[in-house]
Each structure stands twice: as structure tokens, then as C-alpha cells.
Design a protein around this ligand. Sequence first.
Ligand code: NAG
Ligand code: NAG
Ligand code: NAG
Length: 257
Amino acid sequence: VMKNTTQHRKRGLYCLDMLRGTLLWAGLMGFYVIITLCPASCQLSEDDAKTLVELHNSYRGQVVPNSTYMHKVKWDENLKIIAEGYAVKCIWEHNPDLEELNMGENLFVSNKLFDPKIAMEKWFLEHLDYDYNNNSCQDDKMCGHYTQMVWADSHSVGCAVHRCDTMEGLSFEKATFLVCNYYPAGNFNDEKPYEEGEWCSKCPDNLPRCDQNLCGRNSAHVNHTTLPATPPACPLSCPQMYFTSLSTSIVLENTQM
Ligand SMILES: *[C@@H]1O[C@H](CO)[C@@H](O)[C@H](O)[C@H]1NC(C)=O
Ligand SMILES: *[C@@H]1O[C@H](CO)[C@@H](O)[C@H](O)[C@H]1NC(C)=O
Ligand SMILES: *[C@@H]1O[C@H](CO)[C@@H](O)[C@H](O)[C@H]1NC(C)=O
């Protein structure tokens, strides 16, 4: 049943490639495979989390053309927990619960030491293959990570990294698997990620502050997210089941979004 309300907009951009055929399946999740060993840690450090938020915001404030309204993103613990629960599964597919959770997701895998800067740069560089005017990606290319990254309405992000001995759906071992979840979801079919125009010219009333071209709250309300103390780093034999007790449907009830 086709529904035409905003609540039932069709997700699509990130799956465009899938629709174009199996040849492009490899691009579906944008596989960036770099070869080395995974770090001993199975956890995203607090510094990494901060870096991920900062880089998201830095890239969001640099889009071309300029954006009239681009929400500053903040870290969200619930999204992080969902990402952790999914990352441990080590499956090279998008989380099937995304739609139900109105959540976007970008995935990245590497068998190098996890470096948030590299992952974010890879995603952002997809803008080179993206054409804003006709809202399309070059054939055989992947732009969905970029468009989710700079989706104006997505205001929260939470990510997790897990070390996967093997990845279901990928033929290499000892991967570091990065899952970033976004709320609300971006990448709706036939919608541009943001509106073109003068920076911050359409910031909503509750986000009046233009900071690095992004709409944010007044500084009095800006509190840097304090992450809980990072759990001890997993040894290399980090159990795959580490977070699997966190079911996404349980998390949903706490998500309050
Ligand atoms: C985009 O914003 C920059 C300032 O950040 C400005 O110099 C430039 O002229 C703007 N571009 C357009 C097309 O308005
Ligand atoms: C979008 O525009 C670009 C640049 O003009 C062009 O190369 C590309 O073929 C266009 N794509 C579609 C689907 O129209
Ligand atoms: C968060 O912001 C409020 C003001 O809005 C301030 O009173 C409080 O001290 C801040 N908390 C931290 C940890 O900075």
C-alpha cells in the first residue's frame, strides 16, 4: 500500500543502487575495506564518539550548495545502544529495524585500526559523486552515506564499533565494524538532503544560533554530551555476544523520540 503522508515517505536514496541491480549491491553499504589488524579494543572510545559528532557537524557545515537549515547533530545514547546491539551481530547488511525505528544508518568496515576520521571522510567524499541539482548519484557510485550524513533534519547520531572475527556477507576476517545510527531517518526518495540557500536563513525558533553554518541552541543550553565511562576494552577474544542482550525493540521503548 502506497502512503503519501510525510510519515510514510519512502526510504530510498541509500537503496538506489540496490534497485539498479545486483552489480551495485556491493555499493549498498559502501564497503571500505582496508587491510590490517583490528585494535584490541572493541569499544568506541569517548574521544572517538566526540570526534564522530564533531566531524559530522564540520562536514554538515560545509555542504555545497549552502544550506538554509542544517541541524547541528548531537550524540544520542539510545542510538549508540542500538548501534552496539547491531554491530555485535557482524552482519554486512542494514539493521532490519531501521524503518520501524525511523532511524537512518551508515555502516563502515575496515580491517585497519579504527579511525573515525577516515570513516567520516570516506562517507563525506561521496559528495563528489552526488549532484545536488538533480538529487542523484553517478551510476555505479554510492552517495547514501553522504546524504544521510548531511540530512538536515537528522539531529542525533549514535555509533558503535565492534570487532568482528568474521562478517556475515563479507569475505574477510577480523574487521572493525562501525555502525552509525541517525534520528530521524534521512534518505527519503525524491527528497533532497537539505534546502539550498543562505546558511542558517531558516533556522527554526528553537535553534536560533548559527554555529559553523549549523542551527543550534543558544549556548546556555549547549551541554556537551557526557558519555559514561568507557567500559574496559575488550580483549581480542571479545565475545560476540557482548551486547546481544540489548534488543532493539526493548531499546525503542526507551528511545522517546
Ligand atoms: C555560501 O556561503 C559562503 C560563506 O560560507 C559564501 O561565501 C558563498 O557566497 C555562499 N554561496 C552562495 C551560492 O550563496
Ligand atoms: C544530474 O546532473 C549531472 C550534472 O549535470 C549529470 O551528469 C547527471 O547525468 C544527472 N543525472 C540525472 C539522473 O539526471
Ligand atoms: C548544562 O547546562 C546548564 C544550563 O543550561 C548548566 O546549568 C549546567 O551546569 C550544564 N551542565 C554541564 C555539565 O555543563
